[in-house]
Design a protein around this ligand. Sequence first.
Ligand code: SAH
Length: 247
Amino acid sequence: MPSERILITREGETFYVRDLGKDYHTKHGFVKKEILGMAKPGTKITTNTGKEFFVLEPGFTDLYRRIKRAPQIMLAKDLAVIISETGINNKSMVVDAGSGSGASACFLGNIAKEVATYEIRKEFAKVAEENVKFLGLGNVMIKVKDIYKGIDEKETGLIVLDLPEPWKVLRHAEKSLKAGGFIVAYLPQITQVLKFVQALKKSKKIMYAKTSETIQREWVFEDKIARPSNIKIGHTGFLVFGRKISS
Ligand code: SAH
C-alpha cells in the first residue's frame, strides 16, 4: 500500500502528504497522524479547526503536478497531443531529449514501454532522476549525452525533441526510428519551425506530417459565474510531426 495520500477539499484545494507517520499541518488547521494513518482512500477526515478533507491515493497526475522544475517543462496539453497523434502504447520504445526536469520523459514513461531520455547537463539529469524516482517509474532511463552526436536506441516508435536545434538530430532519427515511427519537435519559435519543416521535407526517409499549436481554455463555475477563466496559459510551443516512411 502506498505510504502517501492526497487530501482534497470539496473546492478542489489539494495537499500532498508524503509521510503518514507525522501530523499534517495546513492553513486550515492540522490532522493528527493517528487519524491520517487510519483513513482509507475515499473517506472524509476533519482538521482540528473543523475543515473537511477527502482522502485519496495519489494518481500519476497528482504526483506529476508536484515534480521539481529546473528548466521549463512541457505541459500536459502538448504532451497529450503527441500521445494521441502518434498512438504510442505499452509496446512503444520512446526517445526524449533534452531531459531537462524530466517532465516529458515521465509523462511518456507513464504510457510507453520504455523511455530513453538524453541530457547534456549533469545538474538537470540529476533533477530528472529525482523526478523519475518520485513518480516511481522503472522504465525511464536518463543518459548524460549529447543527442546531436547520436541515438543509441534502435527500432524506436517515437522521438520527442525539446531542444533548440532539432534538425541536428534528423540524420540520427533516420537510423533510430522504425518504419512508421514518429519524430516530434516542440518549438517555441516559428523561425525554428520553418527550419525544421524544411529539413524534414529534404529527408528521404522521414516525411513531414504536420504542425500544430494547442490552445486550451479553462472555464470557471461559481455561483452566477459561468465563463472562460481569465487566467490563461499563453503560448507554449508548436509541435512539428514527421514520420519515417522508408527504411
Ligand atoms: N522536455 C523537458 C524540458 C527540456 S528543456 C521537460 O519537459 O522537462 C531543454 C533541455 O535540453 C535542457 O535541459 C538542455 O540542457 C537540454 N539540451 C540542449 N541541447 C541538448 C543536446 N544536444 N543533447 C541533450 N540535451 C540537450
